[in-house]
Each structure stands twice: as C-alpha cells, then as structure tokens.
Write a protein that binds this ligand. Structure first.
Ligand code: GLU
Length: 606
C-alpha cells in the first residue's frame, strides 16, 4: 500500500506514476474493498524503529529509514501518512509538539508547533454576546472561532531543516501515494466517522471525503483523498509558503471566516476571524525542554504552552519521595493518582502560554517544590478533590502552603503520538492533533484536510476563582495543551525510552503511568503500555479502565484508599521505543486500545 514511488508531481502534460490510480476516481470509493495491512504492536531489532497508531504510517516511516533518512525524516513521513489515514486525529490543519534527541550532541530540543489564536482574539471569544454565558462546547467546536493557525506543516519544515537528510518533498512521497491509492477503512475509523456523521454531513467538503454515498464507509473500504494528494504535491513543489502565504492560505482564511455549510443546514456555525496575515505570521518556536531527574534518569518533556512536561515532571518529583517498587500495586497506584492530582492543581493554576503570561516553570519543576507538595499526599487515603494548588515561590519547607480556590478542569479529545529512532541513535517523540476527533468538522474545500478546533483548549471563562486564569484566550496566544512527548535518558545520558499518547488531559496520566510501570514496577515497555490505566486530574472521580475498576485492584483502591472510580472504556493510545542496548531497539504500540497500533523496525531480530 505504501510503496513509495517517484514523487507524484503532476507537471503540465505529464502523468506522474501515482496518477495511474486516477481511474479509481470513476467508481465510488466504497466499491473497492480490501483487508487492512497487517500490524504488530511490538517489534524488536536494529537499524531504526517506528511506532505509530497506524500500519500505513509506520510503513511510511520505515520506508524513509531504509532509504537512509533520519528519525526526523521518518517522523515527518509517518505524520504525513497519518494525515491521510488518521485524518480525525492529525493533519496539516492542526498542530503539535516535537521532541528530538540528537545522538551527536547528546542534546534534547523541542519545537512548539501549537496553533495560535488570531490577532483579534479576546478573552470573550467563547462567550455568547447575546447571553453573556459561555458557548456550549459543541457550538464552539464546530465553528470558525475554534480554528487556530495550524502549526503542523511549519513544524515538519523546521524539523527537517535542522535534523533531516531529505527535504519535505521526498518525505511526503509515501503519503502522496497513500492519499492517491487509498487506505483501508478499519473499525476505529468507521466508528469515528459514525460519531461525527451529523457534523460531517453539514459540511459538503467533509461529507464528500468521509461520508461516501452519505453514510460512514464500511470496514474494508479503500478510501483515497485526491484533494490531499494534490495539496501535498503543491507543498512538495512550492514549499510551505503555498500553505502559509499562498492560495491555500487564502482558502483557509476564507473557510474559517465563512464556513461552507450545506444548504438547508440548521446548525449555527459561527464564523471565525483567522486571516491570511495570521497565517503568514505563524512561527514554530524552539523551546528548552523540561527536565527532571527520576531515579537517576533524565526525563525530558514539552514545556509550556503544553502542560505535559511540567505536570509529568512535577508528579515524578513528588513520586521520587517514595519507593514505589517496594509497594504493592494498589499502594503504588494510589501514590501515582495522588501525585497526578497535586500536579494537576498546579498545572491548572499556573500553566499557559509563556509568551503571554508568567509561568513559574523552574519552580514547578524543582524538587523542593515537589517535596513541599508531598506533604499533602496521605499514603493511606485519597485526599478530597479538588486539592489546592501550591505556591511555587521558592520559599518552601515551612508546612503545606497552598493557594486558595482549587478548581478541576478536565478535558478530552483526540490526537496521535508517534515515536521514531534511526541507525545513528537519534530519537523523535512527536504528538500532533487537530483537538477533537474530527477537529472542527470543517474541511477546506478542494484541499482535503480538516481544520482544527484547538482554540477550545482555552478556558472559556475564568476557572481559578480569585486568582488569574492562565489559559484564557488572547491575541496570538497558544492554548494550553496536555500533550506530553517524552524522551528519557539513562544514568549515562544515553536514550532509554521515548513515549507519548493522545487523550487530552489523560495524556499526562498515560505517560506518567507508563513511566512508573516501566521504571518502578518492573514491567518492560510492551507491558507498561498494555497495562490497564487510570487517571486522576484533580477531580472527584478517577477515570478507570474496566480491567482495574471491576477487579480486585479497583476494590482495594475504593475500599482501602477511598478513591471514587468511574469506569471508562479506554484511556490513551500510546506508542514508544525502548533502547535495549548495543543498538537494539524495541518499538511498541498498543496491542488493543483503538484497535491496536503498529510497531516496526528496519531489521527485525526478535
Ligand atoms: N487538544 C488536546 C491538547 O492539546 C489534545 C487532544 C487530545 O489529545 O485528545 O492537550
């Protein structure tokens, strides 16, 4: 399916190889059926590795590695393929965060490709002027107001310029072929369309792509996206300016400002204010990674505007005070839950866009602050939630100092995480998203990609009582994220593992729990990823997968520790890579969640 051929550029009078598939356009996509490509959740071997949620994307990344590409080339190739086959989680209409370990220098770098609000955004963005009350989430989501300037394509270009061997055009080839030939619809994809069907039906450009014949495509349908293939070709030929300053920018701004709903739709789709100027001004920002030491390892993560690195980091610093490995499983999970809640209280109070507000990041990540927060953790009982935020002011040690007005702000959504490594030892952990599953639901007509609804990650109204809210909308501001692409180096400074996940705020719990499982609880990475999850974002209830909630562990957490467990079907969809020593790699994806992911290595040696 992902046989990367010559680049499919349609020159004047030339039929590029991939266009041989154009005859497929004459028949409805749903007439063609096929089996999904095979996939495996764990792969061990040498020469480079890729782990994504999707077999085509993993194949795209591996194809690039085999041709001598770096981990960054592979990450871009895989991400571009995900824009085709996982379009409701990722795509050039969205944004993300890219964490990179460079083997030669031993340094970890990050790129902030988060969507930014338009220059005209105000704190009142999601308040209904007629009523003075916040918009319902669904109304805000399916609107032009929620669309931020996409950062994904600029992230790819920046990452490739710094650390790639191939250019964007070459790395887009597998995705162009996939978009032209089509990918095989699986049950996860079909159910995502079904859940969004009423929204997609209101936007003809979206319905045309994802509701062939007016209904969700059946499992096994081969679904091409010729518009996206054309868009990728134009980017391959002209560079990303065609997107940020050229005709695609014009189309994005026009779509946001006048969302193209179908005739007769009753949905009130509010227009947005994103302009071509906003697109032209967009910049990817290099930021220093977050860093905490945990059990002698160095844990690098994504700094604000993501709260991923600071919240995972603070919770690890709290847990550093306990020997989780010596505890029984319920006790260890209780500590994990309480540390997460404490870190979330601080995340909610203090983390937002660091270019707009002051984020006390060094203090949030300091061991001294975590030690002070530790005094609110009762090893034998769950604290009543929400717990209060701390006071990260550098003055610690004289008791449990807390700030007033705790507030819990959980959120959910959809995203994707991919992890790559190459033969030279470079590593990428990259999480990208269009926010909700299906983003805003609005496709740019003729361009083949959905626009994000990332700006609904802002708080709609102040959430922090008498304290300032760090995450209200503002001009050019980037909404706070929970994305937590993470790279861990061992005691010698060599890569140990890289991991990340989708799942809105639950991402922080998934990454944290995976690290605790792997580092403290004696699991290998496949076990750590597969283990049942639970998550406590400083709310009354702890989201808990059924395997824990309805088993003896759940009973202990409820009865012995006082946790209120709310059963949820699935938390997260992690991917990762572990470095096993002597250049041996293990790529890891979910065995079950979201239908299972896809892990691959260049030279398999189980
Ligand atoms: N928009 C969310 C964030 O940036 C991600 C959505 C999701 O992962 O489901 O944290």
């Amino acid at each position: 399916m992902v046989a990367a051929g010559a680049i499919a550029v349609a020159g004047a009078g030339l039929l590029a190889p991939a266009q041989a598939a154009e005859s497929d356009r004459t028949g409805p996509a749903e007439r063609r059926h096929a089996s999904p490509p095979p996939k495996q959740p764990t792969a061990t071997g040498y020469g480079g590795a890729v782990a994504t949620v999707d077999a085509d994307a993993t194949a795209a990344g591996l194809a690039v590695l085999r041709r001598g590409g770096t981990a960054v080339d592979a990450a871009v190739a895989a991400a571009a393929a995900l824009g085709v086959s996982e379009p409701f989680s990722a795509g050039i209409g969205g944004g993300g965060f890219f964490v990179y370990y460079d083997a030669r220098s031993g340094e970890v770098s990050t790129l902030d490709g988060r969507e930014s609000a338009p220059a005209t955004a105000t704190e009142q963005r999601f308040v209904d002027p007629a009523t003075g009350t916040p918009l319902a989430f669904a109304d805000a989501r399916v609107s032009g107001l929620s669309v931020g300037t996409p950062g994904t394509l600029a992230t790819w270009a920046e990452a490739l310029e710094r650390w790639g061997r191939f250019g964007l055009a070459r790395n887009l080839r597998p995705a162009i072929d996939l978009a032209e030939d089509g990918f095989v619809v699986d049950e996860t994809f079909r159910s995502q369309v079904e859940a969004n069907a009423a929204i997609f039906a209101d936007f003809p450009a979206t319905a045309e792509l994802y509701l062939p014949g007016g209904v969700p495509p059946a499992v096994g349908t081969v679904l091409p996206n010729h518009d996206l293939a054309d868009t990728y070709r134009q980017i391959a030929r002209h560079g990303i300016d065609v997107f940020y300053e050229g005709p695609i920018a014009d189309d994005i701004a026009a779509t946001v400002q006048d969302p193209p709903v179908r005739d007769g739709a009753t949905r009130n789709v509010r227009p947005g204010d994103l302009t071509t100027d906003d697109l032209a001004r967009y910049e990817v920002i290099e930021r220093d990674p977050t860093l905490v030491e945990y059990r002698g390892r160095q844990v690098y993560g994504m700094p604000p505007p993501s709260s991923g690195g600071s919240t995972v980091g603070e919770a690890l610093n709290i847990l550093e005070n306990y020997d989780l490995g010596a505890m029984d499983e319920a006790q260890a999970l209780h500590h994990y839950l309480e540390a997460t809640a404490l870190a979330f209280a601080d995340r909610n109070r203090y983390v937002g866009d660091p270019d707009v507000i002051d984020v006390p990041l060094d203090e949030l990540l300091s061991q001294e602050f975590a030690d002070e927060r530790t005094c609110l953790l009762d090893p034998g009982a769950a604290a009543p939630k929400p717990v209060a935020p701390g006071v990260p002011d550098g003055d610690y040690g004289d008791g449990c100092t807390t700030a007033p007005d705790p507030a819990a702000v959980p959120d959910e959504g959809s995203t994707t995480h991919l992890t790559t490594a190459d033969r030279w030892g470079n590593v990428v952990a990259y999480t990208l998203t269009i926010e909700q599953t299906g983003g805003s639901g609005i496709t740019v007509p003729g361009r083949g990609f959905l626009l994000n609804n990332e700006l609904t990650d802002f708080n709609f109204t102040p959430t922090q009582g008498s304290a300032p809210d760090p995450n209200l909308p503002g001009p050019d501001k980037r909404p706070r994220s929970s994305m937590a692409p993470t790279i861990v180096l061992d005691e010698d400074g060599d890569p140990l593992l890289a991991v990340g996940s989708p799942g809105g705020a639950t991402i922080i719990g998934t990454v944290l729990q995976t690290l605790v499982n792997r580092i403290d609880l004696g699991m290998d990475l496949p076990e750590a990823v597969a283990a049942p999850r639970l998550f406590q974002p400083n709310g009354v209830n702890t989201s808990t997968e059924g395997a824990i909630a309805s088993g003896p562990l759940g009973a202990l957490l409820r009865d012995e520790y006082g946790h209120s467990l709310a059963t949820t079907a699935e938390i997260g969809a992690a991917t990762g890579i572990e470095f096993l020593g002597r250049h041996r790699l293990q790529a890891v994806a979910e065995p079950v969640r979201r239908g299972g992911g896809s892990a691959g290595v260049v030279l398999p040696r189980p």
